[in-house]
Each structure stands twice: as structure tokens, then as C-alpha cells.
Design a protein around this ligand. Structure first.
Ligand SMILES: Cc1ncc(COP(=O)(O)O)c(C=O)c1O
Length: 384
């Protein structure tokens, strides 16, 4: 297959994806247009069953975004003012925002240098500090599977159990990954995922889902996503204050097609990651190996000194990159006033200066990847 011209290289290539999936997406859209049940149509229910089966959980409840999935879980648990939720400081803003939006306090915790995921030692210290201060009640921890790599649930769950914390798994970047031999989504008490288009399991617009084995929590989330209206819907009796947070039927139809391709896409991302590892490990810091399980490879993120210079030089050669994330949450104007772990977040700060994500979408041609690798090697050698 022919590679693309340098200026055509995309960080995520939706056009190539559409060509690969053929007319199936168009057919799925046409069928929704034909039946016209745009809100909670039959595809939504089919997708929810398929997601629950895939993730091996009892319930999947779709909603309008990954942010809303986090919000709905926190609301359903009754987490609010006076409660502390422990959140990694190196992640997307939605994680701390959802906690703050329910009136609870996000307590920002450092991450592990190797995995970029929640650091158990920093978490333990943050819980102890909150307990000692007696101002907030520790209620939950939000474990993010950053870049598609499952968090360290073997270490996090015993800490949560010891302190009676609810484990909210943020699988926005990891749906399709595996923790040991389990599909991602069932490692906590409930999980939130996102269907934002560039995610490993992305739609063609916004969307999200809650995954859980807890029947009561699932029922509460279903109520809350439709303004707390007693079910069956359209009775106009509201028994909770909720949201309008439904996944469009059109997006559900698209996701049903894409679910059939997900494992193949993640396998392809894994091949690309292995090639990057092999070709770059002597020049830059590559992602640490994951023993057991598999990453969904939402991002392939290297670490380099002089990251901004390298990104700019790559851009001049037509190679797109991205920085996830240039500022840790405790350094963000919106979140800087929230409490942090007692020893600060030095790992998150170093990562924010050094991380650089390279293209890893499943339609990246081998020749294009070889060109990316050659450019990174060349520029790093020249100290660009
Ligand atoms: C880790 C993480 N959590 C939550 C979200 C929020 O998802 P959404 O953009 O669908 O609201 C994202 C999306 O970028 C994310 O990466």
C-alpha cells in the first residue's frame, strides 16, 4: 500500500478508517434515518447489551459523553459536598471537573513514573492527610487507565478496601484493553468510558457509557441520564434531579459497526507500538512494558528532554504529534486551589515537561511509521 505524502500524515485518520470499514457505517446511518427513532432507539439498547457482553459486566448504560459518565456515577453514589475523591494529577481535566461539579473535592495525587497511572504510595499519603485534617470524608478514588494502559488495580483495590473507598475506573482511553486476562471495565465498582472520536473506541461525535455489575447503581444512572424520570419514560414523573445525557441513536449505530473492528484495531495498534519500541528505545524513553494484559494504545507516548523543540521540528517535517498533557491538574487555573498529596506531584510535573505522543492510529501505514521513526531518531541525534 502506498504511504501518504508528509503533509498528509494525520495524528488520527478518520478518512482511512471510513474507507476500511467500507459502506457499513453509511448503511447503519441510513437505517436509523429510515426508522427515525433518534433518541434511545433500538440501536442504543443493542449497543448497551454488546458493550456489557464485551466488557463482561452486568450493565452498560450509554450517555452523552465520558465526562457525563463520570458525573452520573458520582451522582448515583450520592458523592457531594464534604466528600474527598482521589484523582491522579496527570490526566485530562474531566476527571477533576466531574468531582468538582457534584460539589465534592478532588484531592490530586501523583502518578507512577513508569505507567503514568495513579501511584499507590502517593494515594496512601493523600488518604492519611485527608483523614488527619478531618475536614473531608474520603469516599472514592478515580483510577484512570491513562493512554489505554490499565491502572495498577492489584495495588489500588486493597487500599480502597482498607479505607472503604468506591473505585471509579476511568476507562475513557482504555475500552478494549485487558487487565490481566479480564476485559477493561470491571476492575472497579463502576467504570466510565468515552466515545470521543479519537478514543480507541470512538464514535463520530460525543458519547460515553457507564459499566457496572451493581444493579442498584445501574438503575440510578438510567434514571439520572433522563432527568430522573420514573421509568418507563414519558410519564413526566420526576423522582430525581438528573441530566439530559443520552447517546444519540446515530452514534450507537456507528459504534455497533465499530465494535466489530475493535479487537483488530487494538491488535494493529499493538503492532505499531512494538515497532516504535524496538526502533526508538535506544534514543528516547519509550512506554514501560505491561506485564500481562494489553494496552488499548490510545496513545504511544515517549519522553524526551527538549520535547517542545522536537515537536516543532517534527511538525516542520509534516509529522503531527500531541502533548498529553502539558500541565498537570494541580497547575491548572481551574484546579490549583484543590488539595494535593502531601509530597506534591513531582512525577506529574516531570511528565508534563517531557511527554510526546506519536501517531498510532490503526490505519497508519508501515512506510509512514518508518518515516516517523527515522525523523525522531535523526532529530534526537542532532539534539533538535
Ligand atoms: C481520561 C479521560 N477521562 C474522561 C474524559 C472525558 O470524556 P469526554 O471527552 O467524552 O467527555 C476523557 C476524554 O478526553 C479522558 O481522556
Amino acid at each position: 500500500m502506498s504511504s501518504t505524502a508528509p503533509s498528509d500524515l494525520r495524528f488520527v485518520d478518520f478518512q482511512a478508517q471510513r474507507r476500511r470499514l467500507g459502506g457499513r457505517i453509511e448503511a447503519a446511518i441510513a437505517s436509523v434515518l429510515a426508522h427515525g427513532r433518534f433518541i434511545l432507539g433500538p440501536e442504543v439498547e443493542r449497543l448497551e447489551q454488546a458493550l456489557a457482553d464485551y466488557a463482561r459486566v452486568r450493565h452498560a448504560i450509554t450517555c452523552a459523553s465520558g465526562t457525563d459518565a463520570l458525573l452520573l456515577i458520582l451522582m448515583a453514589r450520592g458523592i457531594g459536598p464534604g466528600d474527598a475523591v482521589f484523582v491522579p494529577g496527570f490526566t485530562f481535566a474531566a476527571c477533576a471537573a466531574a468531582v468538582a461539579l457534584v460539589g465534592a473535592t478532588p484531592v490530586l495525587v501523583d502518578v507512577e513514573p513508569a505507567s503514568c497511572n495513579l501511584a499507590p504510595a502517593s494515594l496512601g499519603a493523600a488518604i492519611a492527610a485527608v483523614r488527619q485534617a478531618r475536614r473531608l470524608t474520603p469516599r472514592a478514588l478515580l483510577a484512570v487507565d491513562l493512554f489505554g494502559r490499565p491502572a495498577d488495580y492489584a495495588a489500588l483495590r486493597p487500599i480502597a478496601r482498607a479505607h472503604g473507598l468506591f473505585v471509579l475506573q476511568d476507562a475513557a482511553q482504555s475500552f478494549g484493553a485487558r487487565w490481566r486476562d479480564e476485559p477493561v471495565g470491571g476492575q472497579g465498582d463502576a467504570a466510565a468510558t468515552s466515545f470521543y472520536p479519537s478514543k480507541p473506541f470512538g464514535a463520530y461525535g460525543d458519547g460515553g457509557a457507564v459499566l457496572t455489575d451493581d444493579d442498584g447503581l445501574a438503575e440510578e444512572v438510567r434514571l439520572l441520564r433522563t432527568h430522573g424520570e420514573r421509568r418507563p419514560a414519558a410519564c413526566y414523573e420526576h423522582i430525581r434531579i438528573g441530566l439530559n445525557s443520552r447517546l444519540d441513536t446515530l452514534q450507537a449505530a456507528i459504534l455497533l459497526v465499530k465494535l466489530g473492528a475493535l479487537d483488530q484495531e487494538i491488535a494493529r495498534r499493538g503492532v505499531l507500538a512494538a515497532r516504535y519500541d524496538e526502533a526508538l528505545a535506544d534514543r528516547v524513553e519509550v512506554p514501560a512494558p505491561l506485564a500481562g494484559g494489553r494496552s488499548a494504545w490510545a496513545q504511544y507516548t515517549i519522553r524526551v528532554q527538549g520535547r517542545d523543540r522536537l515537536a516543532a521540528a517534527l511538525a516542520r517535517r509534516g509529522i503531527p504529534t500531541a502533548v498529553h498533557y502539558p500541565r498537570p491538574l494541580h497547575r491548572q487555573p481551574a484546579f490549583a486551589h484543590f488539595p494535593s498529596a502531601p509530597d506534591g506531584l513531582p512525577v506529574a510535573e516531570t511528565l508534563a515537561r517531557r511527554v510526546l505522543s506519536l501517531p498510532i492510529h490503526p490505519d497508519l501505514e508501515a512506510a509512514d511509521q518508518i518515516r516517523i521513526i527515522a525523523a525522531v531518531r535523526d532529530l534526537v541525534a542532532k539534539g533538535a
